[in-house]
Each structure stands twice: as C-alpha cells, then as structure tokens.
Write a protein that binds this ligand. Structure first.
Ligand code: FAD
Length: 317
C-alpha cells in the first residue's frame, strides 16, 4: 500500500476546498493518506483537514505565511521520516513553488498540472495538457522513489469531509526560514479567488478603458462571481496581472465562465476552455470566442451585463 501525503492550502485558518480534490486523487492512487497544512492558522485548518479521514495531519506554523526554503525543508523532513511514496499538492502558486523545491531536494519525479489519473499505486498514469490544451500527454513515474504530483484546480471531483478525526502534530517552532512571506491580504473586501470560484466574469479589450472594468466589477458583485481579465487589458495597465486568465495567466475551471468583450484568442482559451458552461458577450458575431461558447450573446457588453444582472437577480428571488 502506498503512503501518501497531501499538502492542503489554507487562508487565515480556513481550509481551502481543494483539500477535497487532493483527497480524491489520493483515493484514486490508493493507500494510507496523511495530510499537512502550513502557515498561521495551520492548527485550525489541520482540524478541518483531519475530517477527510486521514491517518494524521501535520500543522506546520513557523510564523511565515510562506517560505519556499523553510516549507520545503519541513516537508522533506516529514517525507523522509514518514516513508511517503507520493506527495500531492495543488497546481497553484504555492504548489508550483513547493512541489518543484521538494522534488529537487529529494531527487523525486514530479508530474505537474495533472488533470486526471488512471490506474493506481506506483503504476498510476497522469494526464497533463500541453500546447495550450491541444494535446493531452500521459505520464508515468519511473522507479520506486518519491513521486510528486500537482493537480490543476477543479479537475478532480472533490471528496467531502466525513467528519472523522485524526491526530494533529504541531511543527514549525524554531524553523530557520531564509526567505519569509509575512503577510497575505485579500485585495479587496468580498474578493473571490479565481481558482476557487464557481462563477467567473472576465473582461477584455471590449471594455474600452480602465474605467470600463467597473461594468465587470458591478456585475460580478451583483451575481457573486470572481473577476478575470484578458491579457490585452492587463498589458494596457487597466487591471492587475493577478486577474489574467490564460496561457500566461491563471488556468481556471469554474461552473460558469462569462467572457465579456473578449475575442477568444487561443492563449485566452488555454486558461478557460474547460469551464463547464461558457457564455460569451461580444458585439462582433464573428468573434472566435463564440466557437467555444455554450451560449453567445451578440451585443454591447455595457447594455448586456446590467440586464443580465437584473435577470439573474430576479430569477434567484
Ligand atoms: C505568448 C503569448 C501569451 C499570451 N497569453 C495570454 C493569456 O494568458 N491570456 C490572454 O487573454 N491573452 C494572452 N495572450 C494575448 C492573446 O493573443 C490576445 O491578444 C488577447 O487575449 C486579446 O485580448 P482581448 O480578447 O481582450 O482583446 P481583442 O482581441 O482586442 O478583443 C476584444 C473583443 O471585444 C469585442 N468588443 C469590443 N467592444 C465591445 C463591446 N462594447 N461589447 C462587447 N464586445 C466588444 C471585439 O469585438 C473583440 O472581439 C498571449 C499572447 C502571446 C503571444
């Protein structure tokens, strides 16, 4: 039986829902599963992670919100001491950095950006998109050493916590972190992270200028959506890069993606085309975005979004 360590993420003591996706991948591989969670709030989040029926949970709090070298050293020690065969993280900024460091430190195989797993144990086969999603590659680990996997968010059906309990081990005091991230703050009140969002509304160059993003913001607030952007408006300085969806931005997979004033360039599609339902609003009926859209609205986004907001609000009442 494989020994598996899942590394979950938390923010201010609240476990991220992606813990259920990590657990789903661990169950597919099969084996004894332990968990780890890092940063201030780790103790609270560890209690929530324990509810997934794990053997034990490591709560690592050294006072840093993030430390690449410190966290990687802590996981490396835990992996060596615990004899784990698999470590599973999310393909987020956190998981990308930590996964790479861990694989390098422990001379492990690392398959990143995994969207599906087939088979089980050491023979598990991981699927990973390449060339902006045009090709799906299938990868297998070689040998019997440590294997690190990072999962593209929202591609594994999250397992629900069962309410079971597990022993929580507190670690982190006295850890020597060379580089420390000391504060993490949400950008604005009510901010919904793109990678956690069920609904995303993104704006493109069709908004006409920085002030045009207010139409996206108002609509997003009205329906409770996260906000995204095409690279064109990020490059123009109309919105921060952290909102960018696409090949060189964030890869998202919400239940509903609404693209307003976005043409549908291949690099944008690479970040959102696996969304469950895609709605495109564009005043050019020939815009390529309509080829991937489940629903297309030909019209001016400044007229369509407020009306759509009113209709959604009315339908929800
Ligand atoms: C290496 C590389 C990486 C890239 N990475 C990314 C990436 O990660 N993400 C990304 O998005 N792009 C990326 N790009 C850029 C990409 O190629 C496109 O240039 C970009 O996506 C275009 O953004 P856009 O759709 O907002 O703008 P445009 O292509 O200019 O489209 C604007 C659209 O708005 C419509 N419109 C105009 N006014 C209105 C209105 N009032 N109402 C409704 N519709 C209106 C127009 O008909 C048009 O279809 C990358 C490019 C390269 C070369």
């Amino acid at each position: 039986m494989a020994k598996i360590l899942i590394i979950a993420e938390q923010f201010k003591g609240q476990l991220r829902a992606s813990a259920g996706e990590l657990m789903a991948a661990a169950q597919q591989i099969g084996g004894d599963v332990d968990g780890a969670v890092f940063g201030p709030g780790a103790a609270d989040a560890a209690g929530q992670l324990a509810g997934y029926g794990l053997g034990k949970v490591l709560a690592v709090d050294c006072g840093c919100e993030y430390s690449g070298d410190g966290f990687a050293a802590a996981v490396s020690d835990a992996v060596s001491a615990g004899g784990y065969e698999f470590v599973i993280l999310m393909q987020t900024s956190f998981g990308r950095d930590l996964g790479a460091r861990l694989a390098a430190r422990l001379d492990a195989g690392w398959i990143n950006d995994v969207i599906a797993l087939e088979g089980s144990g050491s023979d598990v086969v991981a699927s990973k998109p390449l060339y902006a999603g045009k090709v799906i590659s299938k990868l297998k680990f070689n040998g019997s050493g440590l294997k690190v996997l990072s999962l593209r968010p929202r591609n594994f059906e999250a397992v629900q916590a069962s309410g079971a309990s597990a022993a929580v081990e507190q670690l982190g005091s006295g850890m020597q972190c060379k580089a420390r991230c000391t504060t993490l703050e949400a950008k604005e009140a009510g901010f919904i992270d793109l990678k956690d969002a069920d609904i995303i509304v993104s704006g493109g160059r069709g908004i006409g200028g920085a002030e045009g993003y207010e139409a996206i913001r108002n609509f997003a607030n009205e329906i409770g959506a996260a906000m995204g952007a095409s690279r064109a408006i990020v490059d123009a300085g109309w919105i921060d890069h952290s909102y960018q969806v696409g090949q060189t931005g964030k890869v998202v997979n919400p239940q509903l993606y609404i693209a307003a004033g976005i043409s549908g360039a291949i690099q944008h599609l690479a970040g959102m085309q696996t969304s469950k339902v895609i709605v495109a609003i564009n005043n050019n009926e020939s815009a390529p975005i309509f080829k991937v859209a489940d629903y297309g609205i030909v019209g001016d986004l400044f007229e369509v979004l407020p009306e759509l907001g009113r209709q959604i609000k009315a339908a929800r009442q």
